[in-house]
Design a protein around this ligand. Structure first.
Ligand code: UDX
Length: 429
């Protein structure tokens, strides 16, 4: 099918590329001409495993193209996906101005029937608003349908998640666009849930908030584990074997971050408030998450007493593994707190150092993870990159003036670390 994706951020670029990969004819539109030029020249605005080869392959096959013209995108396709940012406003609610602008642009360019599909995470009722806007601004007065098709991809696993989704959610107002949506997703062999637009929009916020709740739950359990000498990983394993609970997203940590969970939680709390419900459960999820970072910093303070002038190595800057994304990264937050206390930092991340540099200054960026500990008083692990498990622990221990390791991601075994001579402090163990 002929598809257009408006917005080439994480969601838009990966979605467009995966649609092309399964044989659709895809136009990706972005108003940022620099980004379009970069993509046209074979460059990549984001790091996502497997994405660069997939983009190159589909561009070469003539199935994937890039433009900054919405009009061109609308003219060339039957189905237009909106995948533009929906950033938070200062009060936690969602800024829908990009969605509204794109809806107007699409309306202005439409000369025949189109299906307009929202992929961005939006508050319940946005689909209705998009439909009203298109109707109002479409001079050609052609017929159209709107649909909601929320995206559940995880950064760092985006290609994998898109090519093999657990489920595809499609919200519609009438049966007319269903066949086209099913045809688009047929090659992905995933269950397709067809529902109304409001339910589809709610599914996205409800699912993300539930996952965040799961992390805060295990983080709260980690506090009880620390108070009793129990091990949070053992508890998570035992809980997770109940298939009603599941083991995934039960990894205690210094807190969740990223461009989705914190924003979506605030938005969902605000949406609920506007609908007359005080979602206190989710407010507590936020509180536990904020406390988790406070507790980790306190652990560092309690062990090292004075941080002023201490040299600390930090492994990890991205908000999680497999990504160069540092937006709302707990690791960056941690670095800022340590700097604020007067610590001197040596930092490393396998992919995120370039993106960190503008927002994290006054630190030494180190290319090799095994050199970070050099001359440091302690080492901190802040991101769950799997390669950190391959750290040369013998060398690290010798490099450190004191063999102290704070692990905010529970990457190592407590006993083994102690046997190796480390003072090893992790989460809930
Ligand atoms: C999330 C959702 O998983 C995805 O479905 C949605 O489309 C977008 O938001 P993402 O933000 O890319 O994806 O990352 P995710 O893997 O969910 O991790 C979010 C944060 O939670 C990270 O900071 C991660 O380190 C943290 N996390 C995750 C934990 O602390 N413990 C866990 O067990 C899992």
């Amino acid at each position: 099918m002929k598809l257009t994706i408006i917005g080439t951020g994480y969601v838009g670029l990966v979605t467009g590329t995966c649609f092309a990969e399964v044989g659709h004819q895809v136009v990706c539109v972005d108003r940022d001409q620099q980004k379009v030029d970069l993509l046209l020249a074979g460059g990549m605005p984001i790091y996502e495993p497997g994405l660069d080869e997939m983009v190159a392959r589909n561009v070469a096959a003539g199935r994937l193209s890039f433009t900054s013209s919405t009009r061109e995108g609308v003219e060339k396709s039957d189905v237009i996906f909106i995948a533009v940012p929906t950033p938070p406003l200062p009060d936690g609610s969602v800024d829908l101005s990009f969605i509204e602008l794109v809806a107007r642009e699409i309306a202005g360019a439409m000369t025949s029937y189109k299906i307009i599909v929202d992929k961005s995470t939006v508050p319940v009722n946005t689909g209705e608003r998009v439909a009203e806007t298109i109707k109002r601004y479409c001079k050609a007065k052609v017929e159209f349908d709107v649909a909601s098709n929320p995206e559940f991809l995880r950064e760092g696993f985006a290609v994998e998640d898109l090519m093999r989704p657990d489920r595809v959610v499609v919200g519609v107002r009438s049966p007319r666009p269903v066949a086209a949506m099913k045809e688009i997703y047929a090659p992905f062999n995933a269950p397709i849930i067809v529902t109304d637009i409001n339910s589809a929009e709610l599914i996205k916020h409800a699912a993300n908030s539930f996952l965040a709740l799961k992390i805060s739950y295990i983080n709260a359990i980690s506090i009880l584990c620390e108070a009793t000498g129990a091990n949070v990983q053992e508890v998570a394993n035992g809980m997770g074997m109940d298939i009603r609970i599941g083991r995934r997203f039960l990894d205690a940590s210094l807190g969740f971050g990223g461009s989705c969970f914190p924003k979506d939680l605030s938005a969902f709390i605000k949406i609920s408030e506007q609908l007359g419900y005080d979602f206190r459960l989710l407010k507590e999820v936020q509180t536990i998450n904020a406390n988790q970072m406070d507790r980790f910093v306190k652990k560092i303070n309690d062990t090292m007493w004075v941080l002023k002038g201490k040299r600390i190595g930090v492994l990890g800057l991205a908000f999680k593994q497999n990504t160069d994304d540092v937006r709302m990264s707990p690791a960056i937050d941690l670095c800022h707190r340590l700097l604020h206390e007067g610590a001197i930092l040596r930092v490393h991340d396998p992919k995120a150092m370039e993106k960190a540099k503008p927002i994290l200054q006054g630190v030494t960026y180190v290319d090799d993870m095994n050199d970070v500990a050099e001359g440091c008083d302690a080492l901190v692990i802040a991101t769950e990159w799997p390669q950190f498990k391959q750290l040369d622990l013998e060398k690290t221990r010798k490099c450190l003036t004191h063999p102290i390791l704070f692990d905010g991601r529970n990457l190592f075994d407590v006993k083994e670390m102690e046997e190796l001579g480390f003072i090893y402090k992790s989460i809930g163990r």
